[in-house]
Design a protein around this ligand. Structure first.
Ligand SMILES: [Cu+2]
Length: 176
């Protein structure tokens, strides 16, 4: 009678610690799989592309977002277009624009060209783009190959609602 009660207690305690070890091993495996993703090359894609119909006959601004899903940084180094004698890269600080030689596209990040910020400047226009037109351009990068982009011409007051505004709204309405 006394032997049976003693024998029962031992398997109960070892059973509990074995279960804890199995859970810990499963967590370690899940963490391992995650660190395998991520490339050492830039992987670029372009979105939110538009040009507000320009007021000027000689210049137009253009906007787009270059996303980089890869692990390596890249740089937008030049842009060409059939409608412009020259396309330059501009940054904006306050009211003034500055021409820059290139713009960074960070790995696992994005380069955002948007109204009031960084933008493309189409200069020496060969024809004036009108709402509904599409402007062809080619983006050149330091590492990635050139990308052809069709830029739709929108109304002069057009603002995209998709990317920037929705993220601003969600952060202002969430309470912590
Ligand atoms: Cu500018």
């Amino acid at each position: 009678m006394t032997r049976r009660t003693a024998a029962r207690r031992v398997p109960t305690s070892t059973g509990t610690s074995a279960a804890a070890i199995v859970v810990a091993a499963a967590l370690a495996l899940a963490g391992c799989g995650d660190s395998d993703s991520g490339s050492s090359e830039p992987e670029l894609s372009v979105g939110s592309v538009y040009m507000p119909q320009p007021v000027s006959d000689s210049m137009a601004a253009g906007f787009l977002v270059v996303a980089n899903a890869g692990g390596a940084d890249d740089r937008l180094s030049s842009v060409t277009s059939d409608i412009a004698g020259e396309v330059t890269l501009h940054t904006t600080s306050g009211q003034s624009m500055t021409e820059v030689k290139n713009l960074d596209v960070p790995g696992h990040g994005k380069l955002v060209l948007e109204s009031g910020g960084n933008h493309l400047m189409f200069e020496k226009l060969k024809r004036k783009p009108k709402e509904g037109d599409k402007v062809s351009l080619e983006l050149h990068f330091t590492k990635s190959g050139p990308m052809k982009v069709e830029m739709p011409v929108k109304s002069p007051t057009y603002r995209p609602t998709a990317t920037t505004k929705s993220s601003l709204q969600s952060s202002s309405t969430s309470h912590h």
